[in-house]
Design a protein around this ligand. Structure first.
Ligand SMILES: O=C(O)CCC(=O)C(=O)O
Ligand SMILES: [Fe+2]
Length: 390
C-alpha cells in the first residue's frame, strides 16, 4: 500500500519546525547525497531502486530476492476479462444493472475497472508523464522529500514499504502526497506533479463518493453526508515507480497486501503486472488463483479496501493484490487512497449486525488501524486481523 505511516503521524501531530528551517535541513542532506551518488545502497541514501538500477546492475542484490512462495509466476496467471463498467450509464435506463455490476464485483473479486468515470482521459496521460518526469530527475532532486527532511509532512519520497522490517525489499520507489488543503499542496507538493495530482484528486473523489453511496445503498443502509465525508475524509495520491529489474522472476514490485481504506482508485500505465487473488471460484477461475488486471486505455481500476469489508460486515471483499516487475520497461501506477479520517469510529454497520445476527469485526478508531497497518510488512490480508472480534 502507500508509503508508510510517518507521513500520517506527522499529519496528525504536526511538528512545529518552521518551513525555512526544514528547507535548510533538506539542502544540507541533499549535498551529502550528491557525494553518495552511484553507490548501490538503496536504503537511506535517497537514490531509491531507480538510482541503483541506473548505476548499472547485472543482477538483483540479495536483499531484494523474495522467498520462493512470494515470487510471481506470470505464466501461471490468467487475465480478468470483464470489460470496464461504464459509469455514465448510471444516469440512464441501465442504472440498476450498473449498480448490480458494481455490487457484484465488490462482493466477489473486490476489484473492477471503470470507464466514463469523470476523470478526463487527457489528465490520465498527464499524470503518467508527471510520474515519469518526477522519477526521471536526478536523485538529489527527489531526496529532498525523504522522511525527516521533506519540506512538509504531507509529502514523502521512499522505497519499498517498511524497509526497516522487511526480510525482502520491494522493487519500487514512490512519492506519497496526503491532501490537507489546496494551498498546502500547491506550496509543498513536487512541482512536476502537484497540479495534475490535485486535479486527479478533485475529479476522482466525486466518483469514489458515488460508488461508496451505491455500495452502502445496496446493503439497504443510508448514511448521512457527514458520515460519508468521515469515511473517505483522508485522501492520498501516490505515484509508484517500478524500475526495470534484471531478475523479475525473483522479485516483487509490491508484495501481497490489501489496502486499508474504503476504496482505492488506480491508474496504471500500459505495462501490466497487477494481480488479484480470487476470493472464491468464479468464471472458470479457481479460488486462490491470481488474475491479472489488464491495462485498458482510459480506464481506472477500483478496489475495495479493508474498511469497506469491515463496515459491510464481510459482504464486500477487500482484495489481496500484488505487482510483478519486468526486465524490459519500467512501470508507473498512480493510486488514490480514500480512507477514513483518523478519528473516525469504524466497525460493522449496526443495521447489518442486527440483520446478520453477528458482528464479524470489532469496533476501533481508524487511527489505530492505520498505525497497525503501517507498522507491519505486507502479508496478504493479515491487516484485517486487527479488526478480529475475538
Ligand atoms: O502498482 C499497482 O498497480 C498497485 C499498487 C498498490 O497496490 C498500492 O500502491 O497499494
Ligand atoms: Fe494496493
Amino acid at each position: 500500500m502507500f508509503g508508510n505511516m510517518n507521513a500520517f503521524l506527522y499529519f496528525i501531530q504536526p511538528n512545529h519546525c518552521p518551513p525555512y528551517l526544514l528547507r535548510a535541513i533538506s539542502k544540507q542532506v541533499s549535498l551529502k547525497q550528491t557525494v553518495l551518488l552511484g553507490v548501490p545502497t538503496p536504503l537511506g541514501d535517497g537514490n531509491g531502486v531507480k538510482g541503483m538500477v541506473d548505476s548499472g546492475l547485472s543482477e538483483v542484490p540479495e536483499q531484494y530476492v523474495q522467498p520462493p512462495k512470494e515470487r510471481i509466476d506470470k505464466l501461471n496467471a490468467s487475465t480478468l476479462d470483464n470489460p470496464p463498467i461504464d459509469l455514465s450509464k448510471l444516469d440512464g435506463p441501465q442504472h440498476e444493472q450498473i449498480v448490480e455490476e458494481i455490487a457484484r464485483a465488490a462482493e466477489t473479486l473486490g476489484f473492477f475497472q471503470v470507464m466514463n468515470h469523470g476523470v478526463p482521459v487527457e489528465l490520465l496521460e498527464s499524470l503518467k508523464d508527471a510520474a515519469n518526469n518526477f522519477f526521471g530527475q536526478p536523485p538529489e532532486k527527489k531526496a529532498v522529500y525523504r522522511k525527516g527532511v521533506s519540506p512538509s509532512p504531507s509529502v514523502k519520497y521512499g522505497t519499498s514499504f517498511v524497509p526497516d522490517k522487511e526480510k525482502a525489499l520491494e522493487w519500487k520507489d514512490y512519492i506519497s502526497m496526503t491532501y490537507t488543503t489546496d494551498a498546502e499542496a500547491l506550496e509543498y507538493w513536487p512541482q512536476e506533479c502537484k497540479d495534475v495530482a490535485l486535479e486527479y484528486l478533485r475529479t476522482s473523489i466525486k466518483m469514489v463518493r458515488k460508488v461508496v453511496e451505491i455500495l452502502i445503498g445496496k446493503l439497504g443502509v443510508t448514511l448521512d453526508d457527514s458520515r460519508v465525508d468521515g469515511l473517505i475524509g483522508l485522501k492520498m495520491v501516490n505515484m509508484n515507480f517500478y524500475p526495470t529489474c534484471p531478475n523479475p522472476e525473483l522479485t516483487v514490485g509490491v508484495g501481497r497486501h490489501s489496502d486499508m481504506g474504503m476504496l482505492t482508485v488506480l491508474l496504471q500505465d500500459d505495462i501490466g503486472g497487477l494481480y488479484v487473488k480470487m476470493e472464491e471460484e468464479m468464471d472458470g477461475k479457481r479460488q486462490g488463483d491470481w488474475v491479472e488486471i489488464p491495462a485498458v486505455p482510459g480506464a481506472l481500476v477500483i478496489n475495495v479496501g479493508d474498511t469497506l469489508q469491515i463496515l459491510s460486515n464481510g459482504r464486500y471483499k477487500s482484495a489481496e493484490h500484488r505487482v510483478r516487475t519486468t526486465s524490459t520497461k519500467s512501470r508507473v501506477s498512480i493510486p488514490i487512497f480514500a480512507v477514513p479520517k483518523p478519528t473516525e469510529r469504524i466497525g460493522p454497520l449496526p443495521q447489518l449486525v442486527e440483520r446478520d445476527g453477528v458482528a464479524r469485526y470489532r469496533e476501533f478508531i481508524f487511527e489505530e488501524y492505520m498505525n497497525n497497518f503501517f507498522s507491519n510488512v505486507h502479508d496478504g490480508k493479515k491487516s484485517l486481523d486487527f479488526a478480529n472480534n475475538i
